[in-house]
Design a protein around this ligand. Structure first.
Ligand code: GAR
Length: 204
C-alpha cells in the first residue's frame, strides 16, 4: 500500500529530506502529499518545494487554542488526501482533536532512546546526564509527550572524545536511516500492534 503521507516540520527538515530521498530512491512506498509547518521560515518547507511537494505554513500564533490550531492542520491534511502523518522535528504537542482524525496513523521520531529523555533537546539531556549509549526512537504518537508505542530504535554509543554536537549529529544520521525504514514497514502493513508492544510480521 502506498502511504499517503503528510509530514509536519518545525525546523531544518533533514528527516523530511531522508523521507523524500527514500521515496525517490524507491526504498519507501509513500507519496508525500503535503508538508506542513507551524513556522513560516522552516527550512523543511523549502526542501518540500524543491522536491515538488506542496508545502504550507500554518502559524500556531494565529489560533487561540491548541484545538483550533490542530483543527486547521487536520483540514489542510485532509484537503490533500493525507492518511498517515509523520512528525519530523515538529515541536508542538498534538491534541486529541488531531489524533482522533488519524487514529493510530501518526508517528514521530525522537532523538533519544525512549522512555529516557522525552521532551525537547533530548540529545543534550542525554549528554548532560552522561549516558554511555544514546540513540533515537520512532514511535506511534499518543496523547502524552513521547509516550506512544515504540516502532523502532537505534542505539548510538557515546564516545570518550564526543561533545554534545558531535553526538547530536551521529544520532541524526541514524534518524535518517531509521525513519524511512519504519515508514516502509508501515507501508508494507507489517507492523502488528499489541497494546504497548509492536512487532514486525515477516515480509511478503
Ligand atoms: C531531529 O533530531 C528530531 O529527532 C528532533 O528534532 C530534530 C529535527 O531535525 N525531534 C524532536 O526533538 C521532537 N521532540 P530536522 O528538522 O533536521 O529533521
Amino acid at each position: 500500500m502506498t502511504l499517503r503521507l503528510g509530514v509536519l516540520v518545525s525546523g531544518g527538515g533533514t528527516n523530511l529530506q531522508s523521507i523524500l530521498d527514500a521515496v525517490r530512491a524507491g526504498a519507501l512506498d509513500a507519496e508525500v502529499r503535503l508538508v506542513l509547518s507551524n513556522r513560516p521560515k522552516a527550512g523543511g518547507l523549502e526542501r518540500a518545494r524543491a522536491a515538488g511537494v506542496p508545502a504550507l505554513a500554518i502559524s500556531h500564533r494565529r489560533f487561540e487554542t491548541r484545538e483550533a490550531f490542530d483543527a486547521a492542520l487536520v483540514e489542510a491534511l485532509r484537503e490533500h488526501g493525507v492518511e498517515w502523518v509523520a512528525l519530523a522535528g515538529f515541536m508542538r504537542v498534538l491534541t486529541p482533536t488531531f489524533l482522533r482524525a488519524f487514529p493510530g496513523r501518526v508517528v514521530n521520531i525522537h532523538p533519544a532512546l525512549l522512555p529516557a529523555f522525552p521532551g525537547v533537546e533530548a540529545q543534550h539531556q542525554a549528554w548532560d546526564y552522561g549516558v554511555k549509549v544514546a540513540g533515537c526512537t520512532v514511535h506511534f504518537v499518543d496523547e502524552g509527550v513521547d509516550t506512544g508505542p515504540i516502532l523502532g530504535q537505534v542505539a548510538v554509543p557515546v564516545l570518550d572524545d564526543d561533545d554534545a554536537e558531535r553526538l547530536r549529529l551521529r544520532i541524526l544520521a541514524e534518524e535518517h536511516a531509521l525513519y524511512p525504514r519504519v515508514l516502509q514497514w508501515l507501508a508494507e502493513g507489517r507492523v502488528v500492534r499489541e497494546g504497548r508492544r509492536t512487532r514486525l510480521a515477516p515480509e511478503g
